[in-house]
Design a protein around this ligand. Structure first.
Ligand code: GLP
Length: 250
């Protein structure tokens, strides 16, 4: 596991965004998996900036969202579809047919999971999977306890997120929200992975994921086993790792 320590929150966003831009420059028909959330919002803004200042060819790349909230409309501004559309697809002028997203409504989600995986496989598999990390170590919607051999599936919505989405989207109380997510096995099959974490609230879980025991209780700890995984951290998220390296100094 390669760890890159950014010197500031701004450098963090820039370095993380550069990994995506570099992949597109190196392989113009790359398949790139993206995450959504607070962390990636800043990273995607930096990516747009890099593209604006020095445009590169995005006509052949494929981007897909690694997860999505189900039973909420794609037009809800908190949907992963909407976030990736506005933050990445539109600013980088990525053709819509190269933007793959899980559906938000279906009466057969297990079938949708297989269809989504096949669509990614048909484009040659994943060159770069970009990840954020939850405060409990989750990746996508793979919460603690998810088996490492899980493939794309519909996970139960995390309680806090469920509450927030209902409040913000005005969804009906009987709509059962879920988390459509690629599985841990899919993540690990990516040819390269970048995990990005920033902020004090991530310091503890970053330490556990990178230095702790590899266990399904901390889904992100599985990344220790990936041969081409880089973790990019801002100073706050790296705080405990830095402490450790200081302690080790003679
Ligand atoms: C969310 C998403 C993940 C994301 C993670 C971190 O629940 N399902 O894809 O990476 O949690 O989010 P944030 O960056 O907002 O802390």
């Amino acid at each position: 596991m390669r760890i890159t320590y950014a010197n500031s929150p701004e450098e963090f966003c820039f370095l993380a965004a550069s990994r995506i831009a570099d992949m597109i420059r190196r392989k113009p028909d790359a398949v790139i998996g993206l995450a959504t959330g607070r962390t990636t919002t800043g990273v995607h803004a930096a990516l747009s900036e890099i593209y604006r200042s020095r445009p590169f060819d995005t006509s052949r790349i494929t981007v897909f969202g690694m997860d999505e909230i189900t039973n909420v409309s794609r037009t809800f501004p908190g949907s992963c579809y909407d976030m990736l559309l506005r933050q990445v697809v539109e600013p980088l002028h990525i053709p819509m047919q190269n933007f793959l997203m899980p559906p938000t409504f279906s009466n057969d989600f297990s079938r949708e999971c297989r269809i989504f995986e096949s669509a990614i496989a048909a484009r040659g598999g994943v060159d770069l999977q970009f990840l954020g990390i939850g405060e409990n170590g989750h990746l996508g919607f793979n919460q603690p306890g998810t088996p490492f051999d899980s493939t794309t599936w519909l996970s139960r919505m995390d309680e806090k997120l469920d509450e927030r989405i209902r409040r913000e989207s005005g969804s009906s109380p009987d709509a059962e929200l879920g988390g459509f997510t690629i599985g841990i096995k899919n993540i690990m099959m990516s040819r390269s992975i970048v995990l990005a974490a920033n902020g004090k609230s991530k310091a503890q879980i970053v330490y556990q994921a990178l230095r702790g025991k590899i266990s399904t209780e901390v889904p992100a700890s599985v990344l220790q086993l990936h041969p081409f995984c880089e973790t990019i951290l801002d100073p706050d998220a790296a705080a405990l790792l830095n402490d450790l390296s200081n302690e080790k100094k003679p």
